[in-house]
Design a protein. Structure first.
Length: 118
């Protein structure tokens, strides 16, 4: 990636707290991100699709959180596959991530529209 595209991507990222000492870094979806989502899908299915694709990092995630009763208490590096496995057992997080992503997208669209109106 170029320096400019890295900056553009960084401008779309932010951290959200999902509880239990865990923070997830989300990347605001681009307007075209939803083209692949079935418009007839339920809102839960759409939220899951967003939550599965818009998280790019985590803080505070411990192996013992991912592997209760088996894993050690050390923090682990982000792994997209492990995140999706963990997410499937945490429906409350799905809503938090999807809501935050959609809020960011709406705020970006409002700023964009504001600029074009001037």
């Amino acid at each position: 990636m170029s320096v400019l595209s890295d900056r553009m991507r960084a401008a779309r990222a932010r951290w959200i707290d999902v509880g239990e000492g865990i923070e997830l870094q989300i990347l605001r979806p681009q307007s075209t991100a939803f083209f692949g989502i079935d418009p007839d899908a339920s809102s839960a299915a759409k939220s899951l699709a967003i939550a599965r694709t818009c998280v790019i990092d985590w803080r505070g995630m411990r192996e013992s959180t991912l592997l209760p009763g088996v894993g050690v208490d050390d923090e682990v590096e982000f792994d997209a596959d492990a995140y999706r496995e963990w997410l499937a057992d945490h429906p409350d997080v799905i809503g938090k991530v999807a809501d935050a992503c959609l809020e960011d997208l709406a705020a970006w669209r409002a700023r964009r529209d504001d600029i074009h109106e001037k």
